[in-house]
Design a protein around this ligand. Structure first.
Ligand code: ADP
Ligand code: ADP
Length: 229
């Protein structure tokens, strides 16, 4: 079933088009890699979906409803930021629970519920036992997991990942690719994973959307990505 639909999205900055008539349909439970060179519009596309940016034209529909007029925090969209955006002096558990406690729409006030949900998210990411550790005291790979846990604990309808593996070395990158796939299938979640790395996009297994100058040039499974139409 169709979950997310972008249609005719355009966005320019000072006359230069970052997105031009971009359309994309994402089914529930899909893992989609968005592959494109630097400047092709990947981050802008995610920011438009998340609501950090308003497009000049086009529509974004989630579950059949237009979400363009909805503020970012009401959309039910999870975002994993490029440098993780964690609070280094707070504990792993407090970072993961921060959004639940502090979100403007229906913050969770039941501490027992927060503890349970944080523990669940830590377990999903293999971080059990690290909850009390300060984020500044965990490794790069663990920070990446904390960032994912922080996003997933909110139970988003769709997860947007902006170059999620860009800060990791080659070894860790391989491991996190496997972890991301495991987590997505375990949750039955819908993931949009932006990357400039062709190997990474192909290895993630779902459909690959190739972004070129602000539009989707093609979208296909890895097996047929290089076939002639
Ligand atoms: P990618 O994520 O693929 O590197 P971006 O979406 O960041 O691409 O950028 C697409 C184009 O839009 C680039 O030419 C970039 O310089 C421009 N751009 C993106 N964000 C802004 C902004 N806030 N102000 C001005 N130009 C921007
Ligand atoms: P880029 O992908 O262009 O390098 P970033 O990934 O750092 O940029 O950030 C993407 C966008 O998300 C930025 O335009 C920024 O305004 C927004 N953003 C970053 N961090 C947060 C945050 N914690 N809360 C809300 N918006 C954020």
């Amino acid at each position: 079933t169709l979950l997310l639909e972008l249609s005719g999205i355009a966005k320019s900055y000072g006359g230069a088009a970052a997105l031009a008539d971009l359309s994309l349909a994402v089914g529930a439970g899909e893992y989609i890699s968005i592959l494109g060179p630097s400047g092709s519009g990947k981050s802008t596309m995610l920011r438009v979906i998340a609501g950090f940016e308003t497009p000049d034209a086009g529509d974004v529909r989630l579950d059949g409803r237009s979400i363009l007029a909805m503020p970012a925090h009401e959309r039910g969209i999870g975002f994993v930021f490029q440098g993780f955006a964690l609070f280094p002096h707070m504990s792993v558990a407090d970072n993961v629970g921060f959004g639940l406690r502090n979100r403007s729409r229906s913050p969770v006030t039941d501490e027992a519920e927060i503890r349970r949900r944080v523990a669940e998210a830590l377990e999903l990411l293999g971080l059990t036992g690290l909850g009390a550790r300060a984020v500044s005291q965990v490794s790069g790979g663990q920070k990446q997991r904390v960032a994912l846990a922080r996003t997933l604990v909110a139970d988003p309808k769709i997860v947007l990942l902006d170059e999620p593996l860009g800060a990791l070395d080659a070894n860790l990158r391989e491991r996190m690719m496997i972890e991301l796939k495991r987590i997505q299938s375990q949750l039955g979640g819908t993931f949009l994973h932006v990357t400039g790395n062709e190997q990474e996009a192909l290895a993630m297994g779902g459909r690959v959307a190739v972004l070129d100058q602000g539009r989707i040039a093609q979208i296909s499974p890895p097996q047929t990505l290089y076939n002639q139409p």
